[in-house]
Design a protein around this ligand. Structure first.
Ligand code: HEC
Ligand code: HEC
Length: 134
């Protein structure tokens, strides 16, 4: 009798361990909240675009990305849409695409990639507010 109880306890501990492991598995990799960029974009390509936006506007990532809700963490919550600047950037991205499509012929570069004539930096030139005269 006692023997079976022991086995039950051991099996129970194993089961709990596996449930625990599944629950603490890190969240899935990859972007979770893309609305304008391709959902299957590579990590590398997304990073390049983010760097180019940062440089074009002369800002830090935190200009568009809200801090993590967990205040003990110094990380940004990249998937969050809490900052209006992020949605403005989406709007600007769509606008830039429309300008290129409508007014400039989209040429393909040597790698067969579509090269945009107008990019964020065309207007922003390292300034988040190109409408304001410096
Ligand atoms: C000018 C605003 C802006 C700046 C600056 C910016 N981002 Fe973003 N970022 C966005 C927008 C907008 C999206 C969502 C794109 C979409 O909806 O397709 C995004 C999405 C992301 C995502 C994907 C999040 C998810 O899970 O959906 C990551 C990661 C990210 N940015 C990292 C960065 C990093 C790192 C930097 C700094 C090097 C940076 N961003 C700078 C606007 C910005
Ligand atoms: C045709 C010119 C033009 C292009 C191209 C352009 N922008 Fe803008 N952007 C502006 C102007 C002008 C403003 C100010 C608008 C306003 O305040 O109403 C602005 C404002 C913004 C803001 C808001 C800044 C704030 O403090 O609220 C963000 C974010 C932004 N742009 C991101 C981008 C990104 C990212 C790109 C490229 C994908 C881009 N813009 C391309 C002209 C442009």
């Amino acid at each position: 009798m006692l023997h079976y109880k022991k086995i039950a306890v051991v099996v129970g501990i194993f089961a709990l361990t596996f449930v625990g492991m599944a629950a603490t598995r890190p969240p899935e990799e990859g972007p979770k909240n893309l609305k304008v960029l391709p959902k299957d974009i590579s990590h590398e390509e997304l990073g390049k675009i983010m760097d180019s936006w940062k440089t074009a506007l002369g800002v830090k990532c935190s200009f568009c990305h809200a801090p993590s809700a967990d205040s003990s963490s110094h990380h940004l919550d990249f998937a969050s849409d809490a900052k209006p600047e992020k949605n403005m950037a989406r709007y600007m991205y769509k606008m830039t695409g429309k300008i290129n499509k409508k007014f400039f012929k989209m040429n393909k570069d040597d790698n067969g990639k579509i090269a945009s004539t107008i990019t964020c930096v065309t207007c922003h030139r390292g300034n988040p507010h190109p409408d304001e005269v410096k």
